[in-house]
Design a binder for this molecule. Structure first.
Ligand code: SF4
Length: 689
């Protein structure tokens, strides 16, 4: 039996795994002693690999390139040569007829790796000539990137996953780590065992709330009001660090003014938490020697999410909880390589290494390395994936090249997304499974999976980690970056790479932030957090050392603004609030975990809707009964899960089920800055079938 060094392909915790291989098959996975997981794995890491053995009876794995010669025709299996020729010709026709901006691409935040994401954004920029490349960060932690970039100068977690357990106070806001990142939840438990105070803000009494010293069950959609009341309290009770604020921050007077009406006593009705509890929480946070704020999608999937992220960073700035060990801001990124996709420039406004597309000097550097004329690099910020349905309906986007994403399952308001897809002339899907989106494609380009190739992922704490190939792929599939290179070459830009390392060296040459993280250094269990600028550096465990922020002034920006209620409030017709949530046994669109026998047996269609017992009783609905869930945009069937840990006003659904797809119900009210949809709040109702 061979043990192959890998990294779990599911959440951003970045757990190191040994894939155990015998006779060309994976026979089990076991936890390796990685920096973030210390030998532990959750059930997805332990059992989420059986699709790699490719029992065709169980999986919807893609094995051959396929095209539809006309719209509405059946898929036809073709050779790779023909699939590449067909795709390149269609993309060139669309570019010639409608211009470069008519084509949109996605990278993938899943198991493909940093090298592929780098090559995909290079394809968009150097071959197509636009910045229309984006990833699912847009629908999850996009607001964390935008908000933290503005106030602190880096859009990522300030410290590390390992560091969490040594913090004296964990302030957990809108983050259900037990379901979304079980190995991070383990760090929270360890922190508690070491004596840390835990404060949890969440409308549901999530698992972490059960071990918390204080639980604040805020009303759904009131995050900004509560964060403002926290900041008000820190100033009002003089709990903030005056010296730190004077020396290292800017904007205090305006900040204070914005907070004037947010005394805990004023906002207690709005947020549903007594003023005394709000004040108590801030005393705990401010009086801890070291404190960390952790958040998840309970913060980011709202129409005012960027403002709330800036508000949370303000709490850390007010108390000086930045720039040293065991403190900081921790937006724990969702999918295993969503941090990496952002690092590699799968963003419409940034080249790899967070270098702006609007900066002439940066464009010049990339044009020179890529051997293209400077004018070929678009100086304008590109489109975001959440804008694509609207742009397609308006006729501005005509072709969509989607790699390892499933927007027809994961995007808000699926009837709108379907209309967008119907308006497109050409859709290319590069994936490992027949997803909802792949079913609608004109071309399917089947790729190798995690386990069948190696590469580098970046976990949620900026840590680069290498994973190796464990087994050979069985179908007529190719590595993602090889497919993109073949397409680029067919379109007149010769591109070829011999190895992951060759691509990574190009990344390092172009990105000062990553230059010191060589392939060699990343061997085995290594975990190197960027910035890693020098060849001798071992990376940066915490950002903002010396309280130097990466903002234009070098100071942290304090920011507060007025609370706005969510866009669609409950009414007589739709009296409940619908919020999307996570589920421990499955991940993202479920294309991978839903094709794992062990994980599928734990939870299966038609998903569930969580309801409070009082509300279910009034409606005469029993536990496990199949019900209708309806919003202004659609109606789906789901299984009722009566759950007394949730609040009475809201119902909760996970978004990955094919039957009971809750994105039929969600709405695409977007945050004005990050363009992230408000999937944590819309009006809905539940009725008996
Ligand atoms: Fe670790 Fe996340 Fe994988 Fe679970 S899903 S093993 S927590 S990386």
């Amino acid at each position: 039996m061979n043990k192959i060094n890998s990294v779990c392909p599911y959440c951003g915790a970045g757990c190191k795994i040994n894939l155990c291989v015998e006779n060309g098959k994976i026979i089990k996975a076991e936890g390796a002693n990685g920096v973030t997981n210390q030998g532990e794995l959750c059930l997805k890491g332990l059992y989420g690999w059986d699709f790699l053995n490719d029992n065709k009876l169980l999986t919807a794995r893609l094995h051959e390139p396929m095209i539809r010669r006309q719209k509405g025709a059946d898929f036809e299996i073709v050779s790779w040569d023909e699939a590449i020729r067909f795709t390149a010709q269609k993309l060139q026709e669309i570019k010639a007829q409608y211009g470069a901006k008519a084509i949109m691409c996605t990278g993938s935040s899943r198991g493909t790796g940093n090298e592929t994401n780098f090559v995909m954004q290079k394809f968009a920029r150097a071959v197509l000539g636009n910045n229309n490349v984006d990833c699912c960060a847009r629908v999850c932690h996009g607001p964390s990137v935008a908000g933290l970039q503005e106030t602190l100068g880096n859009g990522a977690m300030s410290n590390s996953i390992a560091d969490i357990e040594d913090s004296d106070c964990l302030f957990v806001f809108g983050y259900n780590c037990a379901d979304s990142h079980p190995i991070v939840a383990r760090r929270v438990i360890k922190a508690k065992q070491k004596g840390a105070k835990i404060v949890v803000c969440d409308p549901r009494k999530i698992e972490t709330a059960k071990i918390a010293d204080q639980y604040l069950p805020l009303k759904n959609g009131t995050n900004m009001a509560l964060v403002n009341a926290f900041a008000y309290t820190l100033i009002d009770e003089e709990l903030y660090d005056k010296n730190y604020v004077n020396q290292y921050t800017e904007g205090f007077e305006e900040y204070k003014k914005q907070l004037e009406n947010y005394s805990p006593e004023n906002v207690q009705e709005i947020v549903g938490i007594p003023a005394i509890e709000i004040r108590k929480a801030m005393r705990t946070y401010a009086n801890a020697k070291t404190a960390t704020i952790m958040w998840g999608m309970g913060v980011t999937q709202f129409g005012q999410a960027v403002d709330v992220v800036k508000g949370l960073s303000g709490l850390a700035l007010l108390t000086g909880n930045l720039g040293k060990p065991h403190v900081g801001v921790a937006p724990v990124r969702g999918q295993n390589n969503v941090q990496g996709a952002c690092d590699m420039g799968v963003l419409p406004n940034m080249f790899p290494g967070y270098q702006s597309v609007t900066d002439e000097g940066i464009r010049s550097k990339f044009a020179s390395e890529w051997n293209i004329p400077f004018e070929q690099l678009d100086p304008e910020v590109g489109y975001r994936i959440t804008e694509v349905p609207h742009l397609a309906i308006e006729g501005k986007v005509k072709a969509y090249y989607i790699m390892g994403e499933d927007p027809l399952q994961t995007e808000a308001d699926l009837s709108l997304v379907r209309k967008g897809f119907e308006a497109l002339d050409f859709v290319v899907v590069q994936d490992i499974f027949m997803t909802k989106t792949a079913e609608q494609a004109d071309v399917i380009l089947p790729s190798t999976s995690w386990g069948e190739h190696g590469g580098i992922f970046t976990c949620a704490d900026r840590g680069f980690q290498r994973f190796e190939k464990a087994i050979d792929a069985k179908g007529n599939v190719k590595r993602d970056w090889e497919i993109i290179s073949l397409l680029a070459t067919e379109m007149g830009y010769p591109m070829s790479y011999a190895s992951n390392e060759e691509i990574w060296d190009e990344v390092r040459r172009l990105c000062p932030l990553f230059f010191g993280a060589t392939y060699k250094k990343l061997e085995g269990l290594a975990h190197i957090q960027w910035p890693c600028t020098d060849i001798d550096s071992e990376g940066t465990p915490y950002l903002y050392s010396g309280n130097q922020f990466n903002t234009p002034s070098g100071k942290g920006k304090l920011f507060a603004t007025q609370w706005r209620p969510p866009a669609e409030l409950p009414d007589n017709d739709y009296p409940m609030i619908l919020s999307t949530v996570r589920e421990v046994g499955h991940y993202s669109c479920r294309s991978m975990t839903g094709n794992c026998k062990a994980l599928a047996s734990l939870a299966d269609e038609p998903g569930y809707v969580q309801m409070h017992p009082t509300i279910a009783k009034k409606a005469g609905i029993r536990d496990q009964e199949i019900v209708w869930v309806e919003s202004r945009r659609g109606k789906v069937m789901s299984r009722c899960n009566i759950n007394e840990t949730i609040n009475e006003q809201a119902i909760y659904m996970t978004y990955q089920w094919w039957i009971g797809a809750c994105n039929e119900l969600t709405q695409d009210n977007l945050d004005p800055i990050s363009k992230t949809p408000e999937t944590k709040y819309c009006a809905a109702k539940v009725t008996k079938i």
